[in-house]
Design a protein around this ligand. Structure first.
Ligand code: P6P
Length: 337
């Protein structure tokens, strides 16, 4: 049995970004390339902290002191600081919005040409249980302003790039710059993200639904009607339920296996739970780039205009046929909302 020779033509994330930018005619290593490389470094650093979190008491609540006598930071606060510092240092960012920070960060005197919105460690409530968590980010190009909140209160359809890094059994970075969706796996020996999932394409229909049915009591009728239609189908097999409770992990599985992920609006949460800028928009961008559909139930997620930087919206995304089925139940509904 022939031993496979080692690959001699590794496509690293850096090389992939450069080749995509060259395809766009940006011969020099442009600003977006350098910004994405900065984001890549933050993912590696966060990955190393998540990996050793339980060993150096980074999980759970802050309180303990570390060797420098600084307050031990919770992993999500640490991840936030890593991203804010790296993005500021890149010199490419005019405005930042983080899930961890109340107000937008305007990078003073910036010549930055991009705005980055991010959740530095989404799903962090799951860390203590060792469940996959992730970083989610979206990128807007600044339209010639010196940087203000209005540069990010824009619909997701104006994003130029989006992605996530999932910290689990391996470290996977999934990225789109508008030319399809590509997945990379961190080779810790090399310290490089290697292209392992080129051109991720979501199946037209799946067999999995991913909702927190613990909220069914509060769901509006169309949500429950849709779920009943796949749990008690008139013909065919019922769908399987998979819900990890960490958006990055649930969306990653949906992109690869197909099906539908939903965090609905309901009587308890009028706008749902997930934040537009750094959860719904980036994941909707990736879903559409992978050939899927992402809706609030009544409109395309990427067309929603956020009123404030931490605004929420309902999220249903995944295989186009599954999401279109759900939209029919919403279209026919004109009851209480
Ligand atoms: P629930 C994690 O806290 C998170 O923000 C997302 O990662 C995840 O999809 C959602 O909330 C889970 O919320 O209410 O089902 O626990």
């Amino acid at each position: 049995h022939e031993i496979e020779p080692p690959a001699t033509d590794l496509i690293t994330l850096t090389r992939h970004i450069l080749s995509q930018q060259y395809a766009l005619g940006e011969r020099a290593a442009g600003d977006l390339t350098l910004l994405l490389i900065a984001i890549q470094v933050t993912s590696k650093y966060i990955a190393s902290n998540v990996r050793k979190a339980r060993l150096i008491n980074l999980v759970g609540l802050a309180g303990a002191e570390n060797v420098q006598g600084e307050d031990q930071k919770k992993l999500d606060v640490l991840s936030n600081d890593i991203m804010v510092n790296a993005l500021r240092a890149s010199g490419k960012v005019a405005v930042m919005v983080s899930e961890e920070i109340e107000d937008a960060i305007i990078v003073g005197g910036s010549k930055g040409t991009y705005c980055v919105v991010f959740d530095p460690l989404d799903g962090s409530s799951n860390i203590d249980a060792g469940v996959n968590v992730g970083t989610i980010f979206g990128v807007y190009k600044v339209q010639g302003s010196s940087g203000s909140v209005s540069d990010v209160l824009r619909p997701g359809n104006e994003m130029v790039a989006a992605g996530y890094t999932m910290y689990g059994s391996s470290c996977n970075l999934v990225l789109s710059t508008g030319q399809g969706v590509h997945g990379f796996t961190l080779d810790e020996a090399l310290g490089e993200f290697i292209l392992t999932h080129p051109d991720i394409t979501i199946p037209d229909r799946g067999k999995i639904y991913s909702f927190n049915e613990g909220n069914s009591l509060h769901f509006y009728p169309p949500t429950n009607s849709y779920l009943d239609s796949i749990k008690y189908p008139k013909n065919g097999k019922p769908y399987s339920a998979r819900y990890i409770g960490s958006m990055v992990a649930d969306v990653h599985r949906t992109l690869l296996y197909g099906g539908i992920f939903g965090y609905p609006d309901d009587k308890k949460s009028k706008d749902g739970k997930l934040r537009m800028l750094y959860e719904a928009f980036p994941m909707a961008f990736l879903t559409e780039q992978a050939g899927g559909v992402a809706t609030t139930g009544s409109q395309r997620i990427l067309d929603v205009i956020p009123k404030n930087i931490h605004g929420r919206c309902p999220v249903f995304l995944g295989s186009k046929e599954d999401v279109e089925d759900l939209k029919k139940f919403y279209a026919d509904y004109d009851g209480e909302k």
